[in-house]
Design a protein around this ligand. Sequence first.
Ligand code: NDP
Ligand code: 8X3
Length: 256
Amino acid sequence: MISVKDKIVLITGATSGIGKACAYLYAKHGANIIITGRREERLISIKNDIEIKYGVKVYPYCFDITDRFACEKFGNDLKANNLTPYIFINNAGLAKGLSPLQDGNIDDWEEMIDTNIKGFLYAAKAVLGLMIEKNEGCIINLGSIAGSQVYPGGNVYNATKFAVRALSQAMNMDLLKTNIRVSSIEPGAVETEFSLVRFNNDKEKADNVYKGFKPLMAEDIADIIFFMTTLSENINIQHLMVTPTAQRSSTLFNRG
Ligand code: NDP
Ligand code: 8X3
């Protein structure tokens, strides 16, 4: 097992859900954390809470991952401050809508593609050079069961997560000559703010997604990511799909 004490962990999209759970878990184990997101008050309150609870350093960066120049600036700032991540969790992402393609909202499509594919790439570009210079560490890309199993209405979200799976495989190949290992974790249903965002804050619709079965929690995914990144350095879990026991495919649920 590798110790993460005093190592730097970068998590994009750490203001809620899986990213936030990762920030707390790595901090608890003594890592210094870089957290990003668009909601500044949340970043500041998470920073203050973690620093008081765990005595580690938290560096909050507020920017929109779809903004190419903001991502570039972020990378430059990390370099200037000697903040090269040992672990990079490329997590920020979202779904918008669940309509059949023919009824889809083009603004929603743009937002998913801009965030989950382009933002994912901009964030990777911002830090890959720094990590390669150090020639060590782990990258965890947040894929999804939606990245290999399409479901009705999932269309563009599915396509973006198929892209994440492809890019994760590509990263593994392109980093062959380095010691950096690359993994994609591909969860099924995890109860976070994901469905609230997908359904534009319609709480009833969001709650219905998780009705009648026990979904995964953000902390479950953080535990698995922590396990993947603390294994001995010669072990590279390239992809890992995880679902609740009551979910056996993207559409098959046992709702009691
Ligand atoms: P949440 O909605 O709880 O968290 C999403 C995070 O992404 C937030 O911190 C949000 O921060 C950030 N984010 C979204 N858009 C942007 C943007 N344009 N710029 C910067 N940050 C952004 O959802 P989850 O924790 O569930 O989702 C995390 C990842 O896990 C996503 O990639 C999702 O696709 C994936 N996933 C989720 C599953 C689930 O069932 N929940 C299952 C499989 C994969 P802010 O709004 O402050 O910018
Ligand atoms: C989130 C899981 O199945 O709702 O990626 O798309 S799913």
